[in-house]
Design a binder for this molecule. Sequence first.
Ligand code: AHR
Length: 504
Amino acid sequence: QAQDTVVTIDTAHPGATIDRNIFGQFAEHLGTGIYGGVWVGPASEIPNVRGIRSDVVAALKAIKVPNVRWPGGCFADEYHWKNGIGAASARRATVNANWGGAIEPNSFGTDEFFDFIGQIGSEAYVSVNVGSGTLEEASEWMAYMTADQRSAAGADRAKNGHAAPYRVKYLGIGNESWGCGGNMRPEYYTDLLKRYARFSRNYNPAQQGEGNPDTMQRIAVGPTDDDTAYTEGVMKAWAERDWSWSIEGLSLHSYTVPQWPPSLPSTEFGEDDYALILATTLKMDARIAKHAAIMDRYDPEKVVPLAVDEWGVWLRETPGTPSGFLQQQNSLRDGILAALNFNIFARHADRVRMANIAQMVNVLQALILTDGPKMVRTPTYWVHQMYLPMQDATFVPVSFDAGTYTRGAIAMPAVDAVAMRAKDGKLWLSLVNLDPHKSRTIAIEGLKAKSATGEVLTAANVSSINTFDAPNTVVPKPIAGILNSGKVSMILPAKSVVVIALGE
Ligand code: AHR
């Protein structure tokens, strides 16, 4: 019987390792991303451990978040870390000028951040203030976080409850320095970068020494969307580096936002919006290829990772929420969008070795939404859970005829597929059906399977959402019965994400 799509898995030619850091998170002091979303304070009636809400911690722990980028975003370039340490009663309240002029109580500061990532089992990706701070301030912050307690900075940290140095695995040197981070020419930024890269020292004894896998990686501000000025500028500087400085990552910020200001609704949208948004997100592939080609010129060995450390769909703010809080709902469409981006990152695994979705809780394409004591996992959260086998897996090439999904003048592939071999040796296949109407019959070739099980994420509509009252509208469901005499075949439902494990 003819199949709509034959997916052939080429297990003989494995590709690059898909770094687990592509599942990184971004938690900015913005709206209720931190306050309410992560931090409720120790006196709250919402169950918490030292002020950090336990439901959110449990949800994040379950998806093995590899790293959390903090404290911003644009916020990072106006953050003064000393406001956020020491006795709670002595913390200085400041104004969050970027995000709605909200009062920033500074209750969640450095020590609370490390407590939080410790609770969820994640690495720190800290962004230092290059835009409005000083190099002295940044280097003192590094000393506070990482120096031995026999130093004054380390003693201050010990006095605040943490004797051992923290582990800062990733350091962002500024944020969007071409825009909200100070509107700098690449030449000006690279001059600053060299100084920050040299003097923002990590003193943690466990993170010293060349070749030590725990050594801190410094990530420079890089391009936005298709603008290559920072890609050229920073990579040229890197190629001309000497013993005194280097970087270990270049950032790319690229949102799925077909109109600026973001005006497409996050609920009750129609098929035109659906198609426009998916077509826009698929541009990520060519965008990465464009920056990667420039990086290849300066760095053919692919030493410097590209870190897509802000990505996701940016929609109109939910009506009734405070302006500047960037709160939006999250639908099945957004889960599909997340899967498509992970597949793109996987195809570029040789260069893209970090990505941070914007953002973790209550902001933009959030994984988790909260309202007081209530919490709900979004479709984007469930895609993160389904894609767990991709963390540190080996890319396995596949070939297939994707077909076409058309809406008006917009056309795109109807099917997407990525295969990988997980760390435990198991083979996995991810399939996405972008077509909101037509299911497809899929036959998998290239292996003799002994078992095939998996999960499917779909719902009645592409605009289906999870709410506090109906949290299970879009959740993964098990699929079985897809193996017959060593052959795997299945109906891939319209508008769905499927991840299957194939036992050989
Ligand atoms: O994620 C929201 C904002 O988008 C970030 O603060 C900024 O870096 C980007 O422009």
